[in-house]
Design a protein around this ligand. Sequence first.
Ligand code: ADP
Length: 871
Amino acid sequence: MDNLTPMMQQYMKIKSQYKDAIIFFRLGDFFEMFFDDAITASKELEITLTQRDCGLDEKAPMCGVPHHVAESYISKLVNKGYKVAICDQLEDPALAKGIVKRDVVKVVTPGTITDSISLDDKTNNFLLSIYLDKFGVGISYVDNSTGEMYTTELLDEEDKCFSFIIDELGKTLPSEILCNDYLLQNNKLLRVIKTKINPFINTYDDKELIEDEIKGAIAKQFKVNNLKRLDIDGKIYSIIATSKLIDYLHSTQKNTLDHINNISFYNPKKYMIMDMNTRANLEILETIKSRDKKGALIGIIDKTKTAMGGRLLKKWLEQPLLDKRSINYRLNIVDYFYNNSMFLDDIRRILNNIYDIERLTSKISNGNCNGRDLISLKNSINNLPNIKKLLDSTDNGDLRKIGNEIDDLKDIYTLIDKSILDDPPISVKEGALIKNGFNTKLDEIRESSLKGKEWLSGLESDEKNKTGIKNLKIGYNRITGYYFEVTKSNLSLVPDYYIRKQTLANSERYYTEELKNMESKILGAEEKSLRMEYEIFQDIRNSVKNEIVRIQNVSKQIAVIDVLSNFALVSKNHNFTRPELNSKGIIQIEGGRHPVVETTIDNNLFVPNDTYLDTSKNMIQIITGPNMAGKSTYMRQVAIITLLAQIGSFVPAEYSNIGIVDRIFTRIGASDNLSQGESTFMVEMNEVSNIIKSATNNSLIILDEVGRGTSTYDGLSIAWAVVEYIAEKVKAKTLFATHYHELTQLQEKLDGVINLTITAEERGNDIVFLRKIVKGSTNRSYGIQVARLAGIHEDIINRATEVLSSIEGSHVLNLNSSPKVNEKQLNLMDYKKDYFIDRIKNIDIDSTTPKEALSILYNLVEDANSLKERA
Ligand code: ADP
């Protein structure tokens, strides 16, 4: 260290405090990176790696980017999952004595980044903090780009806390998390977090939690005397998670974070719960295969005009309501918009002009908003009186109330309107920002600089006359200042009092004492005026900063209007109708459609279907029918219609009456989860086990071909037992599609089970799908016909037909007793072998303690023995 140059010593000291970040170290006009940071950044940013003398024998690897374009490079690194610490010069290098003072002014991280290049307008970017111990868990999260902060907690058994964490993470999809050691030590949980969410993970120390300090930090952030005024009061897990979140924000953002001024506590049980698999399976935000918004539900139902509305819609989809009155509140407004087309059009036209003023508040609070941002704010505010007027003109009480409550932010409008020029530059330090007439001092300075310029043009014509040099010109450049320019042919006319400044190829440049005096006056005035403009701008920005909460409130109201009018528009475009709601557990849908699949079917040929589910006689539907008949589509449409109803939207059906459900579960398709080291069947069983454990008699369960991932008899037995269990114990409304036709026998054996089938007609060797769901069952899957449709070679089709008829002739299954496994034994053994290999492969040796290893071994031996006995 001693041999290092002083600057490198300074660098090393700073780096030691930010080990997990890439340091952008300001050197003159560049941000430089050194050592390993340089090697990483040069690769990731595709910039040249050079080296620099650092006082040691070997030079230090180095790479750098010009400071004025650093932001885009920083975003690039952060988007690739790195943290960047910006280390700036804290004093003017020209004035510094010795080495220039430098320090980290901000750490940019995936969960705190606010620049608009990195963020999707309609998606929140959350930083989430978890505090977990043996007795409970607290979760808090913040979007630094909008200022929203939320928290929740659960005091329960460890297992429940784990699912709670996964569910909350699945909902918020944070790009970065903070967690304590207790969580990190749980390998299974950590693995799920990494594979399913893959956030940037930070740890914090929770060894010494001092209650007063923790509460004090929270109270200070939210500007309250004590926590009684906040709704996290008394919720200690939430409080710890929140305090860690605030600590981290301060240590990275290094400013007052005025836009983060409130925290909302919520209880997830007050909303419908969908786990991550259900969200994924219903393809709400993205499709499973291409992870694309197009083809997902959001692609159809998001026609919001503002970024705030887009984000709110996602939030509503994550937290569907359970309370009939709250749902009806939304539906009533949607209904009004729906029935008043002109009003709907007018509102949406105005919403179109409203910029993302919510994200602007974070820029204002961080001090990095420019003149253009304020003009966008002004232009957005300009629409508020119109919105208020329109809302006030309706005969809908709820809309009138929102209209009355919207603050028109007139003072902010007037301030910006009087002060900021309409078309300001990006930079706030180069002038052309403040209007004339706003500040008398600035006006005076501008006047004198203007006068100076007029004086200069007078001087030019005087000198022309005096010297007889007809093409004499006064010019200016930044380095040499003002000068007279005389071309070579006129040099003989140059008078004595001209002093030579510069020689060019075809001309000479001169100045006079008079010109020099004026130059310092003009330049002094210009410099002063730029400085003043910047100061005035900062004052205006600070005045707006004091009103951030008001702007945030307006943003929230605008978002609500946007989403509700959006629902009305989507309903018109896609023929949705208002659902009725009931608390009797009945789901009745007439002419229901899948809102996404129907848009992919040509000529409106999507076949609508009816649904009737209740909690007694029509509780479980066993759905059989050919492959490709539309079973999955039908089941998903029931779930999506229920979901849409509970977020307050109209639904794709001719008529519907939806009994509010507390959870929707889906297990659809045999999606492989090999990246998590689990076999398909294992995943399937995990999910089914979770469903059975968590479902209530108010839940809606959708099971698509459960049991398919194992041998037929294994799978059938499991499917059989699952249906029995749901019918007798859980009593949840369930749709179960299956190719195990034997399950249709359950209709006779269990109360509440009914058989449905989707019709198809055989025409010769081919099959024609009718897509209509009807009572009854089929004992045919038409797999071979579907294979023919798919173009499989005729020889294979013929051979498959032969094999099928010989198999169908040879086995008999008696389901009154437990299924017997005989001729399929071999198959079962094969499966078990794979299962054991899978289990052994999945042991994470590095993280297994000797005690755990013994217990794993014990279980394996025991399972192997029991298999031997059964065989
Ligand atoms: P299954 O689950 O029975 O194998 P899917 O639900 O996956 O069948 O449907 C297969 C395809 O059939 C869908 O991709 C869609 O193109 C079409 N389809 C499904 N339901 C309908 C319907 N009600 N009307 C028209 N086409 C449908």
